[in-house]
Design a protein around this ligand. Structure first.
Ligand code: UDP
Ligand code: MG
Length: 238
């Protein structure tokens, strides 16, 4: 099989009603870019029919690869498994719940001309007020403690040049810190305003506890990492 140029990574946890529509949207957009691609779905221990739907899709679209976790391990683990399996020069992450719009993928890819990673910024979020407030607070504290100015670190729609993801340190909740983790390795991160859609099918997997309280100790770990990171670049290998 030809080496893919684009890898799309999609973590899936109980998204049976969303995946088929999402897959159609992704395939349409990525095919229009005219380069080989792969779509990697990670079934993160779904208890619904997600895996059956994914297998059905794979039988029609050879570019699809499926990683099946033995049990639910969380979004960060799923993204990490996708990163490791991916072969593309450009690696894109997107949620499975149709809240991100695949039509924004070309915008992110385009932004990689200016930076090493491009991250979505949901300027007009279609979420509940409670979720919007929690997310605003999360972004505020992350920026305050990490000395960043990132509007929306939690938006899953992101595009990375392959090298930027090679040294990521995986931990539960990592997905909320990806821009800071990439930046601390010396890479340039660009924000791109993207569309956001309401969740029609299925439920959010996070409540207040995960979104805010469990992210707080992570913030201190990332602060520590930022202070201690050694972003070395190899000049030559002889
Ligand atoms: N997800 C996952 N494992 C989990 C929780 C979520 O793979 O334990 C996936 C989920 O299926 C979706 C994405 O991660 O594709 C984001 O989850 P969700 O939409 O619930 O998060 P929110 O948009 O509410 O922050
Ligand atoms: Mg969502």
């Amino acid at each position: 099989m030809i080496k893919p140029f684009y890898s799309i990574i999609v973590p899936v946890y109980n998204e049976e009603e969303n995946i088929q529509i999402l897959n159609e949207e992704i395939v349409q957009v990525i095919k229009s870019l005219g380069k080989p691609f792969e779509i990697i779905y990670i079934d993160d221990g779904s208890q619904d029919r997600s895996l059956e739907v994914l297998k059905e899709l794979k039988s029609k679209t050879p570019e699809i690869k499926i990683i099946v976790f033995e049990k639910n391990c969380g979004q960060s683990a799923a993204i990490d498994a996708g990163f490791r399996k991916s072969q593309g020069d450009i690696v894109i992450t997107i949620d499975a719940d149709l809240q991100n719009d695949p039509n924004d993928i070309p915008l992110l890819i385009d932004a990689l001309k200016e930076g090493d990673a491009a991250i979505g910024w949901r300027a007009s979020r279609k979420d509940s007020l409670k979720k919007k407030i929690t997310s605003k607070l999360g972004n505020f504290f992350r920026n305050l403690f990490l000395g960043e100015k990132i509007h929306d670190t939690g938006c899953s729609l992101k595009a990375f040049k392959r090298e930027t993801i090679e040294r990521l340190k995986i931990f539960k909740g990592m997905h909320r810190f990806l821009p800071a983790l990439v930046k601390m390795e010396g890479y340039k991160v660009i924000e791109v305003k993207v569309d956001h859609r309401p969740r029609i099918h299925g439920k959010t997997k996070y409540g207040f506890f995960d979104r805010f309280l469990s992210a707080t100790p992570d913030l201190f770990a990332v602060m520590w990492m930022k202070r201690r990171v050694v972003p070395y670049k190899i000049k030559e290998e002889i």
